[in-house]
Design a protein around this ligand. Structure first.
Ligand code: HPA
Ligand code: ZN
Length: 341
């Protein structure tokens, strides 16, 4: 496909974003603006010098900067502005459904109350629902470098807001923090009616993916790149129709792969895995949904059928009702039909 054509095709696809950390959508310009109004000085003196620091050799080097950036978020309005900026951006990219992560502990550990965080995020999500017709789910992530006891405290803080939260996730430093560390809190979260997802197999080995499935009982895996190391696991993931929310630009930036041409998503599609494409932390990794689709398509030579399958898989793997999934999938198919004519 010719490049400009490819870009236009991707723009027009009705898309679902299932792997997005709202703190990772914090653009430097907005970060400086919010830092200023909160009287906080950043360790960088300009947007340019901050952006220059965005060079990572692994997940931990990224997380160190990501947590620093989040420190300027203090008031409900800050969380609202952050979330609204993201939603405005993805609305312009024809994203019609989002399932958004937030990391409460990144904020509560600094003395910012849980309710301040969630109220700002929720208000922006509701506004996008009415103004942009973007549907959404909200996912509270436990930080896996902290203890399970601390995750339990977060679970407790979330109870008054249970109706606003659809599920829990597990993120932050993967290596050395296997899913089994959080078995009890995931069980307790399920008892509260939360759905379950976990990051697994981004840097961590296939055992972490097995644990996420067998011990945490997740119904979706975030990343899951490493699953191709284990053919038995691949078969289980296919049988369970387990969504894998891949983030290609993130994978390149964090050196999970050395170059985009090595990205496993095409192999995954060919095997029949429910692989999907998302942006993870777009302000840090060089692009939102369309850029992730575009760079992957260019590097792997994806055709229209692959793109359609990726878009359909995202709705399949989402937490929308069967009816809503079907409606979006029909719209995706209709869209691709118009391209063939
Ligand atoms: N991996 C793990 N934790 C994270 C990520 C990620 O890509 N982004 C934000 N928190
Ligand atoms: Zn992530």
């Amino acid at each position: 496909m010719e490049k400009t054509n490819l870009k236009n095709i991707i723009q027009g696809i009705p898309k679902a974003e299932l792997h997005l950390h709202i703190e990772g959508s914090f653009e430097p310009e907005l970060m400086f603006q919010i830092a200023k109004r909160n009287n906080i000085s950043l360790a960088y003196d300009s947007v340019e010098s901050l952006k220059k620091a965005y060079k990572f050799n692994n997940l931990q080097e990224f997380l160190d900067i990501y947590y620093i950036g989040a420190q300027v978020l203090i008031n409900e309005q800050d969380f609202y502005d952050l979330t609204w900026a993201y939603l405005t951006k993805v609305n312009s990219e024809n994203v019609v459904h989002v399932e958004v992560f937030f990391d409460p502990q990144t904020h509560t550990d600094r003395g910012v109350p849980f309710d301040v965080v969630i109220k700002g995020i929720y208000r922006a999500l509701e506004k996008a629902k009415s103004e942009f017709n973007i549907s959404y789910k909200l996912i509270m992530s436990y930080l896996r470098h902290l203890s399970e006891a601390e995750a339990f405290k977060t679970l407790e803080s979330s109870i008054p807001y249970k109706d606003w939260i659809d599920g829990v996730g597990l993120d932050s430093s993967e290596l050395g923090n296997p899913p089994n560390k959080f078995e009890n809190v995931f069980k307790a979260s399920a008892e509260q009616g939360y759905k379950l997802v976990a990051h697994a197999g981004e840097e961590g080995p296939v055992e972490y993916i097995w644990e996420a499935i067998n011990l945490l009982n997740v119904d979706r895996i975030d990343h899951g790149n490493r699953c191709l190391d284990d053919e038995k696991l691949v078969q289980v993931l296919i049988e369970k129709k387990m969504g894998l929310t891949l983030c290609p630009l993130s994978n390149v930036e964090l050196k999970v792969i050395q170059k985009m041409e090595e990205h496993p998503v095409l192999k995954m599609l060919e095997k029949g895995l429910l692989a999907t494409i998302h942006s993870d932390d777009p302000a840090y990794f060089g692009g939102y949904m369309n850029a992730n689709y575009l760079e992957t398509a260019k590097a792997l030579g994806l055709n229209k059928d692959h793109l359609m399958q990726l878009a359909i898989n995202a709705f399949e793997a989402s937490w929308l009702s069967t009816e809503d999934k079907q409606q979006h999938i029909t719209e995706v198919k209709e869209y691709f039909k118009t391209l063939h004519s």
